[in-house]
Design a protein around this ligand. Structure first.
Ligand code: ADP
Ligand code: MG
Length: 403
């Protein structure tokens, strides 16, 4: 069976023409029909998650289960039980016998994302199941068998983990039967602009706005940028621009603020959290906030339309509101909302009003901060918590805006 690269790209929505990326996809397709373990490496955001799917879907296991596990997200105390199951009474809270992923994926494929984060004792269990297909549920002594194909991924340097004694060398070789390396975006500059076009056109559809365009200077800037967060970051930037820029053709100067990242050197993407220097982080808060409003408007619109078609509410000329669409294609909206029937986490979107030329980041941010302070009776700690920023950042912002 020969699978065409373009067919694969289309099926998984993969944009790119870079030979190194093609090579990676090609290896995935070739190796799919074997049972070899595959280790996918590459920086965060390069698109590693497509590969285990390609491998599974093109293998003889495609009708079996595909289970993706983020090893970095499962607490150390429960990971063995998640992966290999446990017997009733194995530990406090183990009220029932439970199958683990390796048992559930019998005949299928397991994707172990962020595999370098596995604790050492789990690594031993994993090595055993890879070598013999045998495993033992936590709290049991009975050896069970499973037939699972493993694809793992990592964005850290495993050799470094091995030298520090944090990763077993034998496991590394066992996982790495076939390596697939996904190149960083800066190493495939030719793909940057096509990806940008794809994302901005997707988002213009989503937000009902004309797609943003870049002038020549901006395009150069986009391509020369280092993209520490790779395709994920590019997608994010495309969405932010699509949503926030009124002038739909960007110059390099207009684009620049979206491309800052702390230090912008060899650093990886900043970790979300108390990163004081990251303007990007603040932009993201606002961006999420606006995206949330957009979503709610379109939900509201649907509800209104629904009510109109159900005849519960009739617009003045008896026509459905579909014929008088709300202007949700731009952000000059005024929203007032009742406080009923909403979850507490929505609270900080209360009584926020966005008006036409009010939509600069600063103004939205200032207003959001003022509201948060008001709601928390000027308790900065609480307000900061609500805004998901640190107290120090909040303090700085209060001074900056003279609040
Ligand atoms: N070549 C590509 N074409 C289109 N979208 C991509 C491409 N590579 C990555 N993406 C998108 O970028 C985001 C990050 O990809 P992901 O596989 O989660 O990265 P990783 O696992 O390497 O951190 C996802 O939304 C993914 O769909
Ligand atoms: Mg990932």
């Amino acid at each position: 069976m020969s699978v065409n690269l373009n067919t694969i790209k289309q099926r998984y929505g993969i944009i790119g023409f870079d030979p190194a990326l093609d090579r990676a996809i090609d290896i995935a397709v070739q190796v799919a029909r074997t049972d070899l373990s595959v280790l996918v490496t590459g920086e965060s955001g390069v698109g590693k998650e497509n590969f285990p799917r390609i491998i599974h879907d093109n293998s003889s296991r495609k009708n079996g289960n595909y289970i993706a596990v983020n090893c970095g997200a499962i607490p150390e105390g429960t990971i063995d039980s998640e992966l290999f199951g446990h017997e009733k009474g194995a530990f406090t809270g183990a009220v029932d016998t439970r199958k683990g992923y390796f048992e559930a994926a019998d005949g299928g494929t397991i994707f172990l994302d962020e595999v370098a984060d596995l604790p050492l004792n789990t690594q031993i269990r994993l090595l055993r199941v890879l070598e013999t297909g045998e495993f033992i549920r936590v709290g049991s002594s009975k050896v069970l068998k499973t037939d699972v194909r493993v694809v793992a991924a990592t964005n850290v340097d495993i050799a470094d983990r091995i030298s520090k004694g944090k990763f077993r060398e034998d496991l590394y070789y066992r996982l790495n039967s076939v390596p697939i390396h996904v190149p960083a975006l800066r190493e495939r500059k030719g793909d940057i602009y096509p990806l940008f076009i794809k994302f901005t056109s997707d988002f213009s559809g989503k937000y009902h706005m004309p797609p943003v365009q870049l002038d020549e200077s901006a395009r150069q800037r986009l391509i020369e940028y280092r993209w520490p967060g790779n395709v994920r970051q590019l997608k994010h930037v495309a969405e932010q621009i699509s949503l926030l820029e009124e002038n739909r053709t960007l110059t390099a100067e207009r684009l620049a603020p979206y491309l800052t990242s702390p230090g912008d050197s060899n650093l990886p993407v900043p970790v979300r959290g108390d990163n004081e220097s990251s303007d990007q982080f603040h932009k993201e808060i606002i961006f999420k906030f606006i995206a949330e409003l957009q979503r709610e408007i379109s939900e509201l619109k649907n509800t209104v339309n629904q009510l109109a078609t159900d005849g519960q509410m009739v617009s003045p000329s008896n026509k459905s509101l579909k014929e008088y669409p709300l202007r949700d294609n731009d952000l000059d909206i005024e929203i007032t909302r009742s406080a009923t029937g909403r979850s507490p986490k929505d609270e900080h979107f209360d009584d926020v009003v966005i008006e036409e030329d009010d939509l600069t980041m600063d103004k939205v941010e200032k207003s959001a901060i003022a509201k948060a302070l008001e709601r928390n009776h000027n308790n900065r700690k609480m307000a900061a918590k609500e805004l998901h920023i640190s107290e120090r950042t909040l303090y700085r912002k209060i001074k900056e805006y003279g609040l």
